[in-house]
Design a binder for this molecule. Structure first.
Ligand SMILES: *Cc1c(COP(=O)(O)O)cnc(C)c1O
Length: 388
């Protein structure tokens, strides 16, 4: 098999059936049959690699997982119903009561809730470092710290964490490094190259890329994935075969889609930088980004999300949203359709101002997930909405 990303995305395919289909069909079946008692015994004893029941594996989920495993340079993986079930099941499988996590403060909202509201029920505590203070990470490590966790680029402020540095720290202190690689996709960034033990994706975002289905996946070292798999096959967060079928097809076009998303995003970021009603633009591949050098080192392109600061604070942010004509106001991202959100008045409105500022959400911050429309139309819509 080729080492090229695009070829692997297209040519990694489940064995053909008796019908010699060209494109992988949908295997909507909850279970699989056995030849006889011995076949069944050997299959359940895992002496044979085969499908038993779709909570464990299914040809469609296996094809999807195999593609992500190759794209990320991992050893094995498991597919989940959502990104959050991937995050939760990975932590639940690997942690014991009394273990400790060191995490970036800028993580997806539900991941943050998991750390603050739910894992403490099992006596698992988390300490946080700010994205701009990676030098504080070592001081947070305790004798019971087991996992170092981060997302990069971060949501919604589009900050960048140095994966090489995180990889070195994890190795030095014998921690498991787990990276949520959702914003970058396996096309733009491979955390395993920098020392990550496991990589998690919400496939709901750019992997699907068309806002249709939810999905998640965890890939990485085989022994760790085995733990995650054993936990998951017993607790039931499996991805549905239908979603796996959709997502495996999506991966065939991931490279071309993400290239175009990034090309459009860079153009929009450059436009925003030149607009007099915009105070600050954060896009990883703009020279003005505070972690531009790190982004260049670890990412192929800058991604499709831009954060920018409108002059005039919370009211200007709300006015901007109300003037938007074509782009969508939605909480999702990584869609063909450009999406704009104003975190301070919506997704993060319940946080105190101090907590919001700690994760880089100022009152005028707007997050834009740039889609695949003609970029002129996206720029024109943002331009007219910025005329305050
Ligand atoms: C969306 C998202 C998740 C959660 O994924 P779901 O598929 O919505 O459960 C986790 N991490 C990041 C960075 C995300 O953007």
């Amino acid at each position: 098999m080729s080492d090229f990303f695009e070829t692997q995305a297209i040519r990694t395919q489940t064995e053909r059936s008796q019908f010699f289909e060209h494109s992988t069909p949908l295997y909507l079946t909850s279970s699989f049959v056995f030849e006889d008692a011995e076949d069944m015994r050997a299959s359940f004893a895992e002496e044979k690699q085969r499908n038993l029941y779709s909570r464990f594996s299914n040809p469609n989920t296996t094809e999807f997982v195999e593609k992500i495993v190759k794209m990320e340079g991992a050893e094995s993986g498991y597919a989940f119903a959502t990104g959050m079930s991937a995050v939760f099941s990975t932590f639940a499988a690997l942690l014991n009561s009394g273990d400790h996590i060191v995490s970036s403060r800028s993580v997806f909202g539900s991941t943050h809730s998991l750390f603050t509201k739910f894992l403490p029920k099992w006596n698992i505590e988390t300490s946080y470092f700010k994205v701009n203070e990676p030098n504080k990470i070592e001081s947070l490590i305790q004798p019971n710290t087991k996992i170092l966790y981060a997302e990069t680029p971060t949501n919604p402020a589009v900050d960048i964490l140095d994966l090489e540095l995180l990889g070195k720290l994890a190795k030095k202190h014998n921690l498991l490094l787990i990276i949520d690689n959702c914003f970058a996709t396996p096309y733009l960034q491979n955390p395993i190259k920098f020392g990550a033990d496991l990589v998690i994706h919400s496939a709901t975002k750019l992997i699907d890329g068309q806002g249709r289905v939810l999905g998640g996946v965890t890939v990485g070292k085989a022994d760790l994935v085995r733990e995650v798999y054993l936990f998951s096959r017993n607790t039931g967060p499996a991805m549905s075969p239908f979603n796996a079928w959709v997502l495996s097809k999506s991966l065939e076009t991931l490279a071309v889609r993400v290239e175009k998303h990034c090309e459009n995003a860079l153009k929009v970021a450059a436009f925003l930088e030149g607009n007099s009603n915009v105070q600050l633009v954060k896009y990883p591949f703009l020279k003005s980004h505070p972690q531009y050098e790190i982004a260049k080192k670890q990412m192929r392109l800058g991604g499709n999300v831009i954060a920018f600061e409108i002059k005039g604070g919370i009211n200007a942010g709300r006015k901007f949203l109300n003037k938007i004509k074509m782009c969508s106001l939605s909480a999702n991202l990584g869609d063909t359709r450009t999406i704009v959100t104003h975190p301070a008045s919506t997704t993060h409105s319940k946080l105190s101002i101090e907590d919001r500022l700690e994760v880089g959400i100022t009152d005028g911050l707007v997050r834009c997930s740039i889609g695949l429309e003609n970029v002129e139309d996206v720029i024109n819509d943002l331009k007219q909405a910025l005329e305050i």
